[in-house]
Design a binder for this molecule. Structure first.
Ligand SMILES: [Zn+2]
Length: 273
């Protein structure tokens, strides 16, 4: 599932290709795709792309007087290329631009859960209203972070993945942030000292900015259909030696979610199961 760093690189690369382009046609090929707005997305026809931003795991396409909000969810990805390329069966939405290129939403497989919203005002997009602060913005202060976490009897990994607490972090980067902060993913938030809370707060933007740089270095101006994650320290590396201390990376599977950590660097003695 794409997370903030993946989406930030996609956003930057798509913006470089598409800003200022006008929409010639648009098509929706899966009835349940559009959550809010006309099901055929026809209002964007003839409009130009003015800006492309991101909020949490949502991409926000700013057209002349409407916003198209896209959430890739688990399996979807975006393709951009020549309009004359055949539209595959997995394409559930396409937008044709005046430079004879298409932006296509690709949903391979049978689980098609990506979602789009077409709104005239971002305040109409309920999905955005529930999001917590952007971790790379000035509003993500130590004070606001400490206030959101203080006294919570929740596992630290769960709380940093809670989109209403901080926007954009998922399973993979939660593991990486906790590794950088040297905090066990199984700790409960109310047991963290003030110093640990501050270390965790710092590790969030540090990890996300590092990941953006690493992804960008690998893909350049291209898009990708699978997250680039070979540089990660712990997530997806169960059993491999920790890049810092050499201890085999640990793994716990719970509720269908994989958690990876270094038992030594993160001082994990007995992971709860
Ligand atoms: Zn280690």
């Amino acid at each position: 599932m794409p997370e903030l760093p993946d989406l930030e690189v996609i956003r930057e690369n798509l913006a470089a290709r598409l800003l200022g382009r006008a929409v010639l046609s648009v098509g929706v090929r899966r009835p349940s795709l559009v959550q809010v707005g006309p099901q055929d997305l026809s209002p964007i026809r003839g409009q130009s792309l003015r800006d492309l931003t991101r909020r949490g795991k949502h991409l926000l396409f700013h057209f002349d007087n409407v916003y198209l909000i896209v959430h890739l969810m688990r399996y979807a990805w975006l393709w951009h290329g020549p309009s004359h390329y055949e539209v595959t069966k997995a394409t559930t939405m396409f937008i044709s631009f005046d430079d004879t290129t298409d932006l296509r939403l690709i949903e391979p497989g049978t689980v098609q859960i990506a979602a789009v919203w077409l709104v005239q005002d971002l305040a109409q997009a309920e999905a955005l209203q529930k999001l917590g602060p952007e971790p790379l913005s000035a509003e993500f202060t130590l004070e606001s972070f400490a206030r959101a976490l203080r006294g919570k009897r929740r596992m630290v990994k769960k709380i940093i993945m809670d989109q209403s607490v901080i926007a954009g972090i998922g399973n993979a980067y939660a593991d990486e942030i906790l590794f950088r902060a040297k905090i066990s993913p199984f700790r409960y938030v109310h047991t963290l000292s003030d110093a640990e809370l501050e270390t965790l707060w710092r590790a969030i933007p540090d990890t996300l900015l590092w990941a953006i740089r690493e992804i960008k270095a690998r893909v350049g101006g291209n898009l990708f259909d699978k997250e680039v994650r070979d540089f990660l320290y712990v997530h997806g590396r169960a059993g491999a030696p920790c890049r810092v201390c050499g201890t085999p990376i640990g793994e716990v599977l719970a509720e269908g979610q994989r958690t990876n950590y270094c038992p030594r660097c993160q001082n994990v003695s007995q992971p709860s199961r």
